[in-house]
Design a protein around this ligand. Structure first.
Ligand code: KG4
Length: 354
């Protein structure tokens, strides 16, 4: 790993008077953050436990919870940042992709606040936000930011993409899943095992006590840099059914080995295509982003690849792996410098590419 000055070459928070409020509400996290330049002053997130009982996010409940959370979360973000709303320069908000009902809460709130303060609004693509989270500076953490161009593996509950990041606003998808996302596959396998929701962190914890070589699951054979995780999910389900037929308590007896083998297979699939893309494109700066980047096995695989292949790797702090508003605010900060604002009538988009 190495440290480098900001590749964007912009002044840090101390030399600018730009304050950006970021708002994120694309799924089941209501988040607000304040940045002074590129320096994070606050990042407040309210998660929604209400979905646990359903084993997945229930869109209607998510938008209702966002409505309850948005005012206190923004209030806290301003308080922790130690600024008044009147000092804000602009409001950046997630415009998509995401759940429409959830997005609408953040978008409407951003519009109302921006109009009342008479400041510009900046629409942010949630996926770009995940990638650009690497450029948020925290005063107590040494800056470790990738230079352009770099590759970013974006892995979450909804996406698995290899992105060539040429600049903060020029990103190209070089590979992506043709069916399920990596996080979605892990969550579904965890559900089949009767574990809680979301499955990712539970599988991660269990995997630490298991043997990653205990079981083999099917891996996709598709051309190029694309991914596929639906076959793995089906293979996991069918093998489990076979084993349970001879031992009703199979899951209980082998859950750590099952989790470790599942995690190992997912990480193997992800790293194989990433390695290919990095080699073909001649890129050695490789970042990871999104909820699944919190996974211990995946983080370790990045460190191993740094040693074996001479990569410079960029692994986000845990607080930036899942959905957060700091990543929306930093994207907003870059767009602010280009005066790239959006009109008041800008609608939310449930589906939009990077
Ligand atoms: O980026 P994110 O918060 O939300 C979106 O999907 O946009 O990602 C959530 C995904 C879920 O599938 C969750 O199970 C997974 O990230 N996840 C993990 C871990 N923490 C969260 N997967 C594996 N290991 C983890 N430690």
């Amino acid at each position: 790993m190495h440290s480098a000055p900001s590749p964007i070459g912009r002044a840090g928070g101390g030399s600018t008077s730009v304050f950006i409020l970021g708002i994120e509400s694309s799924c089941d996290d209501t988040s607000a953050a304040v940045l002074h330049g590129d320096v994070m002053l606050s990042n407040v997130t309210a998660s929604q436990a209400v979905h646990e009982a359903y084993g997945g996010v229930v869109p209607e409940l998510a938008s209702r919870a966002h409505q309850q959370n948005i005012v206190p979360v923004v209030d806290q973000a301003l308080k922790r940042a130690g600024i008044e709303a009147s000092q804000l320069s602009a409001i950046a908000f997630t415009r998509g992709p995401g759940l429409m009902g959830s997005l609408l809460v953040g978008v409407s709130f951003a519009k109302g606040l921006a109009a009342s303060l008479g400041i510009p609004m900046i629409d942010v693509n949630h996926l770009q936000g995940h990638v650009l989270a690497h450029f948020v500076r925290q005063t107590d953490v040494e800056a470790h930011q990738p230079p352009f161009p770099f590759l970013c593996l974006l892995v979450s509950g909804g996406n698995s993409q290899i992105i060539l990041v040429k600049s903060y606003k020029d990103m190209e998808i070089v590979g992506q899943t043709i069916d399920d996302a990596a996080g979605e596959a892990i969550d579904k396998c965890s559900k089949v095992m009767g574990l809680g929701y979301p499955g990712g962190p539970i599988i991660d914890k269990l995997a630490r006590q298991g043997n990653p070589q205990a079981y083999q699951f099917s891996k996709p054979h598709i051309p190029g840099y694309d991914y596929s995780f639906s076959g793995l999910k089906t293979s996991f389900l069918y093998k489990l059914k076979e084993w349970i037929a001879t031992d009703a308590d199979f899951i209980e007896h082998h859950k750590a080995d099952l989790a470790a083998s599942l995690e190992h297979t997912v990480v193997d699939i992800l790293m194989h295509k990433l390695r290919l893309a990095a080699k073909d494109l001649g890129i050695k700066h490789v970042a990871v982003a999104g909820g699944v980047s919190a996974n211990t096995g995946l983080r370790q695989a990045f460190l191993d690849h740094a040693r074996r292949y001479g990569w410079q790797v960029y692994i986000p702090p845990f607080s930036f792996t899942t959905d957060n508003a700091a990543m929306i605010a930093i994207t907003g900060y870059f767009k602010y410098q280009d005066h790239d604002f959006c009109p008041m009538e800008a609608p939310a988009f449930s589906r939009v590419s990077i």
